[in-house]
Design a protein around this ligand. Structure first.
Ligand code: ATP
Ligand code: MG
Length: 456
């Protein structure tokens, strides 16, 4: 039975398909303890959405009317975190559950009903939300009601709550209808919501791609209009968000949406123009192929490391840069270093790839040369490198279809498995693989015209 209370819909336990059996038992324990101590406790956000869709949630988030201090007193395994907003992390073996106090997204203006509000409520509701001149939220730290907590969320499908008190679902925003129709729609005015936090545009793209949903028309128009403003978000956050998109298992779909909405060109302007152009009369198709490859790997549950991901996606672009440096006279190694540095220099002001990942990316590309030297100096040290698998995989995926490369890779695979030396087939010896090796100096002839070996 559905009850409508003002703008709220409650879907009773028997009306929805969520069973407690498929929930995190730790999250349930937390909800029950909150309830037993007289507090309200809901599961919220992505986990409710995913449970309703029959997908396995990535994480379980709990909201409550208990304050962070009260949560801490209830749970021994609790740590309070967060500067912007105090959250409780409840630690279990192999799982951390986030428990947050209901919060609101108040405006900058003083609340009109502030005088009427009672003392206790006022103490809880410090008007500490701060927006910059362009309307972007800089800080929001205001306790609120369950409804306010739902309304501050990004999309209607992400604002559903599961109430432990009666096992019902509470819907303040029409999220259930949108979930059933497969629609991503911002809560409230999409222009305002994307202005407050441009990262929401990337989240809209990710959810649409991941869930196979469509972005509602008004939301989509606002997104296209605001696409350029994505660069106002913090570069480290954009990097994290891009990784989530590209490693979502639907990276190709995400890219397609990013491109059609103008977000991709805003995030990667230089790379995007390169991708649109041709090299030597050929379009750049590898990027698309690599997205497909990464998707198939992630869908099978395999992990692709961020440096390998970046190498696969941007390797061809970086190789072209390196080739330019090489033609200007730099040695190979230095050309790759300079190319990766140039790539980082143009990307990081918008999407902040960490230095550690940048170095690992450079290593994957520059170590490709080493693979050709068989056995080379100390092959066992090479196979023991922490990034050996990424180096090999990069080679296999980008050049593995060539016969000689496949043979080299087989040799390295054998070398990696075996402790001792692995015989080198004649066609793979360093001699045949290293055409630029220095010639051995000829022995000088003795003045009498006889070689030094003679007469020994
Ligand atoms: P997933 O974890 O599967 O990537 P999710 O929806 O759970 O998806 P989280 O990043 O875990 O995403 O965030 C949890 C919830 O917090 C969201 O469902 C949403 O309600 C809210 N939320 C997250 N980011 C924002 C944001 N930028 N603006 C508003 N609400 C947000
Ligand atoms: Mg989540």
């Amino acid at each position: 039975m559905k009850k409508r209370k003002e703008s709220m819909t409650i879907i009773a336990r028997q009306e929805h398909g969520i069973s407690r059996k498929i929930m995190s038992q730790n999250a349930l324990r937390i909800l029950y303890r909150l309830k037993d101590n007289g507090f309200v406790g809901y599961l919220v956000g992505g986990c409710v959405r995913d449970l309703l869709l029959g997908r396995e949630p990535k994480d379980f988030d709990v909201v409550t009317n208990a304050t962070p201090g009260e949560i801490k007193r209830l749970f021994r395994n609790c740590r309070l975190v967060g500067r912007r907003f105090r959250l409780a992390h409840i630690h279990f073996q192999g799982e951390i559950i986030e428990v947050a106090t209901f919060r609101s997204q108040a405006s900058n203006e003083p609340e009109p009903d502030a005088k009427e509000a009672d003392e206790a409520e006022l103490r809880q509701r410090h008007p500490r939300m701060l927006k910059d001149d362009d309307g972007m939220i800089l800080r929001d730290n205001v306790f609120g009601t369950p409804e306010e907590d739902a309304l501050r969320r990004d999309f209607t499908v992400n604002a559903l709550s599961y109430n432990i008190a009666d096992f019902s679902i509470i819907d303040y925003t029409g999220g259930l209808a949108d979930l059933n129709a497969g629609i991503i729609r911002t809560i409230g005015d999409p222009d305002v919501r994307f202005q407050e936090d441009p990262v929401r545009m990337l989240r809209a793209v990710r959810f649409a791609a991941q869930l196979g949903f469509t972005i509602e028309e008004q939301t989509r128009r606002a997104l296209v209009a605001a696409a350029d403003t994505i660069v106002r978000s913090a570069p480290p956050r954009l990097y994290d968000e891009m990784l989530k998109l590209l490693l979502s298992g639907e990276g190709a779909k995400c890219y397609d949406l990013l491109r059609r909405t103008g977000l991709f060109a805003a995030l990667f302007p230089a790379f995007s123009s390169w991708l649109d152009a041709e090299s030597d009369g050929f379009p750049h198709t590898r990027f698309g192929e690599m997205l497909g490859y990464v998707d198939s790997r992630t869908q099978q549950g395999d992990k692709v490391s961020p440096p390998l991901l970046l190498a696969l996606l941007f390797g061809q672009y970086i190789d072209e840069k390196a080739e330019r440096f090489r033609r200007q006279g730099s040695p190979w190694q230095q050309s790759v270093d300079a190319a990766v540095a140039e790539f980082m220099g143009e990307t990081c002001p918008i999407v902040m790839i960490t230095n550690r990942v940048g170095i690992a990316l450079r290593d994957i590309i520059s170590q490709q040369m080493r693979l050709k030297k068989i056995p080379g100096r100390r092959p066992e040290a090479f196979t023991a490198r922490h990034d050996f698998t990424d180096i090999i995989q990069y080679c296999r995926i980008t050049r593995g279809d060539k016969k000689d490369v496949a043979k080299q890779l087989d040799w390295w695979a054998a070398q990696a498995q075996q402790q001792g030396p692995v015989p080198v087939p004649a066609e793979l010896t360093e001699e045949t693989n290293a055409p630029h090796r220095k010639r051995r100096r000829r022995r000088r002839r003795k003045p009498n015209g006889k070689s030094g070996m003679e007469g020994m």
